[in-house]
Structure formats: structure tokens, C-alpha cells
Design a protein around this ligand. Sequence first.
Ligand code: ADP
Length: 503
Amino acid sequence: MNIVFVASEGVPFAKTGGLADVAGALPRAVADLGHSTSLFIPCYRKVWEANRDLAATGITLRIPIGTSTVLGHVFEGRLPDSDVPVYLIDQPDYFDRDGFYGHLGHDFEDNCERFVFFQRAVLEAVVALGIKPDVFHCNDWQTGLLPVYLKSLYHNIPELASAGCLFTIHNLAYQGLFWHWDLPLTGLDWSYFNYRALEFHGKLSFMKAGLVFSDMLTTVSPTYASEIQAQRHGAGLDGLLRDRQADLRGIVNGIDERSWTPRHETMLAANYDVDTVATGKAACKAWLQRRAGLPVRPDAPLFAQIGRLDPQKGWDLLAEVADRLLEHDVQLIVLGTGHPKYHNLLEALVHRHPGKVWAYLGFSDDLAHQIEAGADVFLMPSLFEPCGLNQLYSLAHGTVPVVHATGGLVDTVVDLTPQTLAEGRATGFVFHEPTAASVWRALERVLQTWSDRPTWEKLVKAGMSDDWSWKQSAGRYVELYHEIQRRRRPQLAQPTREKPVPA
Ligand code: ADP
């Protein structure tokens, strides 16, 4: 099969979060199973800064945007250690900016136009490159219109005629909502602007477009797949997702073993595996403590958190328990960037606990790896978490995760109980209520267990022995690509025609 992945970011070219890790790894994992794959992403300023040697394909795109025509070009790179081509859609006015989706906490005002351009450019580039996709694998709102285009403006293009569409929700909270007067930019007519198609409470919703028009849907864990069908985590789309229940699957993300296991990572002070974790982690921990300017203390548990500084990640819960935790003989390292409120909170925490806390308020891929390897405990009290990659990276590094029982965290971390410990399954600490009291009880259990060395070592080794490689999940995606091909009806779905909104 020929699978075309479309995403708004992908490592090693462009990354803000977990989507990039998936988009950089899954096309390779699917290619390893014997299929042709390619990845399309926008060519942001960051891509140019880090990759001077992209090859020009010579393709010039002319994309209708509203009543104008916007030119774009296609550059080509490769996913590392693979033959998987990455096609980068270049349009400097849209993408040569600081930030992918916004700057200094504000979304770009022309995001609708930028990602309309991107999606139409992908379809035009696929045709120009002579790719004949069996399935487009779209990801999140930035690609939600592509399935609509396949069934409307592009449905007569022979190269695209047999292509089905899988849409993966990486985070339902980000929906790509735009005011309705942006609809003309899409080239679609007003009949699509109704509640059974692209309209969501009076706005144009790219996420909803993807959910309505794709052949099948996935999200990144079985628990999140069921959570988003209920009001609490459904972000207003739970009814639609219940309607599409038969087409929705939850597939847990994997770890790209070439870049996220301590055996291979080149930026670590020491490489290690499950047999050498004691000495390997000790070396990485001492290195990290020196890097952070903290006392080199093998005996003090080193807590860590890496991620977007966003309410989703449970920062308000951590804020409530952090001082209490830091009264104990512990250290805390945070790597993150995002909401100014949490920048201030962390700076104040560093100030109140000199020599115990280090916060690096920026983005550093190397440091993310070094923290995963050097820390003892990873804090992940997310209010919701579609899959979560950091807890998987923690497990792979022998760093014990403390997680809220939500989404992919439920599906990947096994709480320490006498029974799970006896069965050798315990890998971390799970708390059930998103309250400070519940987090604190979990942290107390962490502190008690830290002094019980044999139990701690069992947790570390059980986590490191889990297999979260992409192999299994990639196989499940391939099954879905086949299912889409089998199920595809020859007739192309028409949107429900409702009374158009007056122009
Ligand atoms: P999300 O996709 O919701 O942001 P995930 O846990 O799925 O959360 O993935 C986050 C990814 O982004 C991980 O690879 C993590 O290491 C990385 N990351 C997040 N913030 C930073 C940062 N400030 N510096 C380096 N890497 C980061």
C-alpha cells in the first residue's frame, strides 16, 4: 500500500509536542512493514534553520485561496535512517515565521488561510509528484479539511480517486475553529457550512471536518477513545464521536527506539539498558545535577517534568503540592515553555527553594533526553492526556512515572499495589482524582517506596522491560489502512445540503 502522512509537524524537522514524534516515527514503522510511505509537513522557518540541505523538487504550486492564487514550492528531505521521503510545503509568507501556530501565546490570525493552503498544496503536490495514495493519514485539525477536499473539489482527480482517509485525533482540545467568513478561503461552497458538516456553534471547525468526512478515525489510546465520547472530555464533539463509534479506534503511540532508548541516545553521559540501569542512571543523574547546578546527591530522589506549560498538564495541581514536596529531601527539575503564569510560578519556586529546584524555561531536545535518563521520578498529573509520550519515555529510561488515571496514562502505567508488585507488573504510581490531596497521597507513596530499594528496583526494571516500540501499533494502523480500502464505498459522500448561510 501507499500511505501519505500529513501533519503540521514531524521530527527531526519541526516539533512542538508529541504529534511531531509520532509523525516522524510512524511513517518509518509502517515502511518497515513493507509499505510505501511519505510525510508532508509545512516548511517553517525552524525547518530551514536546521536543514540547509533540503532538495528542491522543482514543483511550483498554484493554490486558489479565496479569490487569489498563492504560489508555493515543494522541498524534499528524508526521515533519518530510512528511505521515507519528507515533502516540505514552502510558502514564506505563511510559514517563514517564529512559531508554527502563533507567537508569544497568541494564535496567528491567518491560521485558517495558512492551513487551507497547506492542505490543498499537499493534494496538488501528491499529484505533481506522481504519488498514488491508497490512504491519506491525516493528523489533528491542521489536516481536517483534506478529507473534505478528497470528497469534493478533488474527487475527479484520477491520481486521488482510490485514496481513502484515516484521521487521527492527537488532542481534541485543539479544534481549528475560525469565524464563518473564513469559509470562502477554503474554496468550498456554503452548503458545507451546516451542523452535519463543517459548522460548529456558528464557527468553521477543521477538527469537525476531519471527524465527519474521514473514512475511519483513530485516537492515540483506547481510554481516550472512550473518554472523548462522553461530555467531560468530548470538547463538544462527543455526540458526533458517538455517532462514529463504529469507525473509531484507540491505538497507543509507540516509542521511536532509535531516538528514545538509553541504549542508543548519543547525548547521554552514559548509555544503559535494563541490566546496567543502576550504574548508567547514576552517571546520568550526576551529570544532570551538575548541569542544573544542584548538589550531586545520589540518595535524594530527583523528580522531573517536561512539557508544555499548559493547564492540561496539571500545573495547577503541581503548584499546590510543590512546596510541600520540596520540604522533603528531594530535588525537582522542570523543562518547559508555554503559559506565562506557569513561567512565573516556576521562577518563584526556584527562588523559594534554592539548591533544590531547576527550571529551564525553553525548548531543548537534548535536555529532554538527558532529564528522562537522569531523573528518578517523572510527574505527569495531566487533567487529560490523549496518549502522552513522556511517561513512555520515562518507562524506557527507568524513571518511575506518577500519573493521573486519564487517557493513555491509564493504558500505559500500572499502579504499584501489593498484587501488581508480586506479579511483576507494577511500573509507576497512579492517582485517581485530579485534586491536590490525591496527588499528594501518590507522592507520599513515592517517598516511602524510594527508601525501599528492592521495590524501587523492581518498578524500574518492570518499566524498562515493557515493550512500547512502534512495531505493534504500526501493525494495527496497517490493519486499518486495509480496512479502509475494503470498506470504501465507490460513491463519494455528499455533504448534507442545508439552507446556505446568506453571503
Ligand atoms: P503533548 O503532545 O501534549 O505536548 P506528549 O507527552 O505527548 O505531550 O509529548 C510531548 C513531547 O514534546 C515529548 O517528546 C517531550 O519531550 C517534548 N517536549 C515538550 N516540551 C518540551 C521542551 N520544552 N523541550 C524539549 N522537549 C519538549
